[in-house]
Design a binder for this molecule. Structure first.
Ligand SMILES: Cc1cc2nc3c(=O)[nH]c(=O)nc-3n(C[C@H](O)[C@H](O)[C@H](O)COP(=O)(O)OP(=O)(O)OC[C@H]3O[C@@H](n4cnc5c(N)ncnc54)[C@H](O)[C@@H]3O)c2cc1C
Length: 380
């Protein structure tokens, strides 16, 4: 089968980075082939002003806004003492929201409809990078072999494309930290969790984040509990049930009907180099963000907006080089901040108590300052 006969670029991965990159390229007049299994997403994202601004650059703001539930406060709370330590309030005009992941995916799919973009429901099995003028060769799980001068790797942090740049590594042992994630009908929880507020509960060696979002007319709550693997003797789902069932405020999260999904939280790094031969990485394939600044998708959207801007100024090969150079630099600073935030959220014992006391005394302003450069870029 000769899939690439009429395509300028092949993209591996069909989640937000792959679809977003296809949109930027399609809008610039390039024909694109996307290879990846159809994705259906679960749960919500927090989308911050930088994510909205990237969507504005791409001309997709209207569709995104239609599914966004504005969040007008961040509350920092003590998990142990069930008290509020600090609160940052925003007015309703700030573009900061809880939003369904599936809604974002559907916005991209709708935007791709009239563009020269084809999708194949298959997976990449192997990638051989060409050198010099030789083409890259892709083996698909269907057995087809495709050649292409330009490939974009949007197949996530464990994908073949990232490995083609970093080198192949044996499978890593399970990571130290994990997240338990759930999407819960707001009506099944106490009323306070329907408020348009992001609650961050800081515990000892663990933390819990929840905020509301809507999907298909339903009010839902996205809940994420991050903990150290093996921190308790019981299974992880039994452990979070134990924690919540005795908690004076969070007990409704202990409901047996809530399905918690376990996700590894690996030690993340952003690659300094995103390109090799005709392959360019984008999204989590290049920079898997720790979730502690809620910036994973926001940074993906910034990659896509940057690519779109670069395509306005240069042909695709140069535009991909420019995007990789600009973004690999910018993402490093955000990644560092996300890792530092994670270290603070994971404090245990006396250090955790001191952290909470500090937040209580310092108030929300220092958190606002911490987020400002992530949301609006560094001060000139
Ligand atoms: C606990 C947690 C909470 C988070 N919360 C937030 C938040 O509040 N806000 C936020 O902005 N971000 C958040 N994120 C991050 C966000 O989920 C990611 O940044 C985002 O999903 C990355 O998208 P991506 O398209 O780059 O990669 P991925 O989502 O990893 O998608 C990769 C795609 O490639 C496909 N693929 C893989 N291998 C192949 C192959 N061989 N061939 C073809 N296709 C392949 C996969 O099927 C998948 O569809 C969170 C992440 C975690 C873990």
């Amino acid at each position: 089968m000769d899939h690439n006969a009429s395509h300028d670029i092949i993209i591996i991965g069909r989640n937000i980075a792959g679809l977003g990159a296809a949109y930027a390229l399609g809008m610039a007049g390039y024909s694109v082939l996307i290879i990846g299994p159809e994705t259906r997403l679960y749960g919500g994202f927090q989308l911050a002003p930088n994510g909205f601004s990237a969507m504005e650059t791409l001309g997709l703001r209207q569709g995104i806004d239609a599914g966004a539930l504005t969040v007008n406060a961040i509350q920092l709370k003590s998990l142990e003492r069930a008290e509020t330590l600090a609160e940052i309030s925003y007015d309703d005009t700030l573009p900061y929201a809880g939003i369904s992941r599936q809604h974002i995916l559907e916005c991209f799919l709708a935007a791709l409809k009239n563009l020269p973009v084809t999708m194949i429901d298959s997976s990449l099995k192997a990638l051989h990078l060409g050198h010099g003028s030789a083409q890259n060769r892709l083996l698909l799980e269907t057995g087809d072999i495709i050649s292409a001068p330009l490939v974009i790797g949007a197949d996530g942090p464990a994908g073949i494309c990232r490995a083609a740049i970093t080198g192949y590594q044996p499978e890593q042992a399970a990571t130290d930290h994990l997240a338990m994630r759930a999407e819960i009908l707001a009506s099944a929880l106490a009323n306070s969790f329907s408020n348009p507020v992001c609650q961050l509960w800081l515990g000892r060696g663990s933390h819990f984040v929840c905020y509301p979002f809507t999907h298909q007319g339903q009010l839902l709550v996205n809940a994420v509990y991050c903990m150290k693997r093996g921190a308790t003797s019981s299974s992880t789902s039994a452990a979070i049930q134990q924690i919540f069932s005795r908690h004076p405020v969070l007990s409704s999260f202990a409901d047996d009907n809530i399905v918690w999904q376990e996700t590894d939280l690996p030690d993340c790094e952003s690659l300094p180099v995103w390109q090799r031969g005709g392959l360019t990485l984008i999204g989590d394939a290049a920079h898997q963000m720790p979730p502690h600044l809620a910036q994973g998708a926001g940074q993906v959207f910034e990659d896509i907006a940057c690519l779109s801007n670069c395509l306005k100024q240069a042909p695709v090969e140069q535009a991909l080089r420019d995007m990789a150079r600009i973004r690999s630099h910018d993402v490093t600073a955000i990644m560092q901040k996300a890792r530092q935030s994670g270290s603070v959220m994971r404090l245990d014992g006396l250090s955790a108590r001191l952290r909470n006391n500090f937040i209580k005394i310092a108030g929300g302003e220092f958190v606002e300052d911490w987020l400002r450069s992530v949301w609006y870029g560094p001060k000139e």
